[in-house]
Design a protein around this ligand. Structure first.
Ligand code: ADP
Ligand code: MG
Length: 286
């Protein structure tokens, strides 16, 4: 068993490698994703996030360097099937990922293609739908579902294949706030309760703040890599790269600069409210 489910070693990727002076969109990236971890990937448009995602399950193969999934080299096409079984992908548009006219048939599609026995498929479909909170919708036509529900069905389709790792490429970008929260909650519980490794690409800072680790990409490279507290303390680097810090962190900083005594490293609204309430208590205001 490999401690790192994904291991990227000095990988470079070019979309037009034939052209002279072609520019790499992934530039000498090395990155390890630990089994069981929850990694968020941030970066402005065009920074290479989707390309990096596709390198993680052999949709793309680097022209330089190597990508390993559970120790399997993604450039070895005889391993592609096993690699895709280990690492599943969820994309941005929920409507492009649903193939069947009934929810449970859609979730069954992946395991059917893997040649899983019908009885076992039934078990997996039921448990996958329960894990994403969509069991009660198993007989529904997917087009009647909300965007967030469709994404949860797409996620169920991946976990029904018993993938060890899910790479989600901006799965919440097309969703309303309620759908975003549903998907985030689902993904977090799959990570915490089932131990599924998660690579979550997003441009929402508040979503990234919930990961164990954040990787920030810029121009095909990794410019920051650390815990949310570490990464969001690099405000200038983030701003230069066209990114922000979470609203709650910004707000806490503004309060601190107004002379209110709050701890450093506040990232979420809950932490901010708690710290402000503490400060108010200390001053005898509440
Ligand atoms: P992100 O997901 O961060 O927006 P991408 O990985 O999609 O970034 O894109 C990185 C760079 O590669 C961009 O400059 C983009 O224009 C280019 N690119 C992406 N897909 C293709 C493609 N299929 N063919 C050529 N260039 C591409
Ligand atoms: Mg993208």
């Amino acid at each position: 068993m490999h401690e790192n489910i994904i291991e990227i070693k000095n990988a470079a990727f070019f979309y037009d490698s034939e052209t002279a002076n072609a520019e790499a969109v992934i530039k000498n990236i090395s990155l390890s994703v630990k089994r069981g971890s929850f990694v968020a990937v941030l970066g402005h448009n065009g920074s290479g996030k989707s390309t990096l995602a596709k390198l993680c399950n052999a949709i793309l193969v680097p022209q330089e360097g190597k990508v390993f999934v559970n120790g399997m080299d993604t450039s070895d096409s005889s391993l592609t099937f096993e690699i895709r079984r280990a690492v599943g992908m969820v994309f941005q548009n929920p409507d492009n990922q649903i193939v069947a006219t009934v929810v449970e048939d859609d979730v069954a599609f992946g395991p059917e293609n893997l040649g899983v026995e019908p009885k076992e498929i039934r078990r997996r479909v039921d448990s996958a739908l329960r894990s994403v909170g969509m069991y009660d919708f198993r007989g529904f036509p997917p087009h009647n579902l909300s965007g967030g529900q469709k994404q949860r069905v797409a996620i169920a389709g991946i976990i029904a294949m018993r993938t060890e790792c899910i790479v989600l490429d901006e799965p919440t970008a097309m969703l309303d706030p309620k759908g975003r929260v549903e998907v985030m909650k689902t993904v977090k519980s799959l990570n915490r309760e089932l131990g599924i490794t998660v690579v979550f690409i997003t441009h929402f800072m508040d979503e990234a703040a919930q990961a164990d680790r954040i990787i920030v990409m810029d121009d095909g490279g990794i410019i920051l890599d650390g815990t949310p507290k570490e990464v969001f303390s690099n405000k200038d680097t983030l701003r230069e790269s066209g990114l922000d810090v979470p609203v709650a962190a910004e707000f806490a900083d503004m309060l601190i600069s107004e002379g209110i005594d709050l701890p450093k490293g506040i990232l979420t609204a809950d932490e901010c409210v708690e710290a402000v309430a503490d400060a108010a208590k200390k001053r005898g205001l509440i």
